[in-house]
Design a protein around this ligand. Sequence first.
Ligand code: NAD
Length: 292
Amino acid sequence: MEILDGKKLSEQIKEEIKQAVSLRKENGLKTPHLAAVLVGNDGASLTYVGSKVKSCERVGFKSTLIRLEDSISEEALLSKIKELNQDDTLDGYIVQLPLPKHINEEKILLAVDPKKDVDGFHPANFGRMALEMESFIPATPFGIMEMLKRYDLDISGKHCVVIGRSHIVGRPISILMSQKGQPGNATVTLAHSRTKNLAALTQKADIIVSALGVPDFLKADMVKQGVIVIDVGITRVSDENHPRGYVIKGDVDFKAVAKKSSYITPVPGGVGPMTIAMLLQNTLLSCERSDG
Ligand code: NAD
C-alpha cells in the first residue's frame, strides 16, 4: 500500500508556481492576482478562505480578501461581482460557498465572468470542460487528476466508481476520468444516494472516488484487494478530546481499507491540499492567458 501524499505533492506544485511567478516578475510580466469573496462569518468558510489567501502569499501572488456582511442583499452582491468582473488587475476570483439563504447561489455563479472563474463553476467552463476544450477545471477534480498523473497511475480501461454526483466534485471527476487522455479513458460508474446495492459496484471497482461527506462510509468489505482509493470527504466530527473541539474525517474507514488498497489518499493530507494548489494553478493559467 502506498499513500497518495497530497500534502507533499501540493507543496511541490506550489513551489513550481512560485518559480513561475518569480520568472514572470523578472521578465516584467504581471503578478497573478486572486480575490476571494467571503459573505458572513461561517467558521469553516473562514478557515478555507484564510488558507487560500495564505497560499497566495506563499507563491508570490497578490491576493485580496473581500469580506461582506451576511445581511448583504443579492443585488448588492451582484453589483460587487460586476465590479470584480471589470477589475483588470484581477486574474480570478472565487465566491466562497455556501452563501446565506436569502441569496440565490445560481444567480451569483452565473454573474461571474467565465474568464475569471478560477473555481470552474460557471456553466461556460463546465460545458467547455465536458467538451474537452480549454477551460477552468474545478479545483478538487483538477487536483485528483493531477495526483493520478504525478503518481503515474494508469486508469485507462479501468473501472472507476465515483460516489456522489455534486456539481463541484462527483459529476466533474466522472467526466474527467472518462475523457480521452492521460490520465483518462476510464470506464466510470457514477453512484449517488439513489444507487441500489452500491457495495456490489464498489467491490468490482479498480478505482473508487468517494465524495459524499459521510465519515467512515466506505468499509473494507466494500472494496477489492488492490483498489485505488481517493477520499474527497471532509467532515467535522465533534471531539471533546481535541483542543479544537472537532476532528476532520474522510469518507473512508482508512485503517481497514488501506490494508486492501494499492494506493490511498489520507484525510487530512490527501485531496484537500491539492484543491488549494490547483486553485492557484488556475489563477496562474488565467494570468498567462491574459498575457496575449
Ligand atoms: P454534496 O454534499 O453536494 O453531495 C453529496 C453527494 O453524495 C450527493 O450527490 C449524494 O447523492 C451522494 N450521497 C449521499 N449519501 C449517499 C449514499 N448513502 N450513497 C451514495 N451516495 C450518496 O457533495 P460535495 O459538495 O461533493 O461534498 C462531498 C464531500 O467532499 C464533503 O465531505 C465535502 O466537505 C468534501 N469536499 C472536499 C473537498 C476537498 O477539497 N477535499 C472539496 C469539496 C468537497
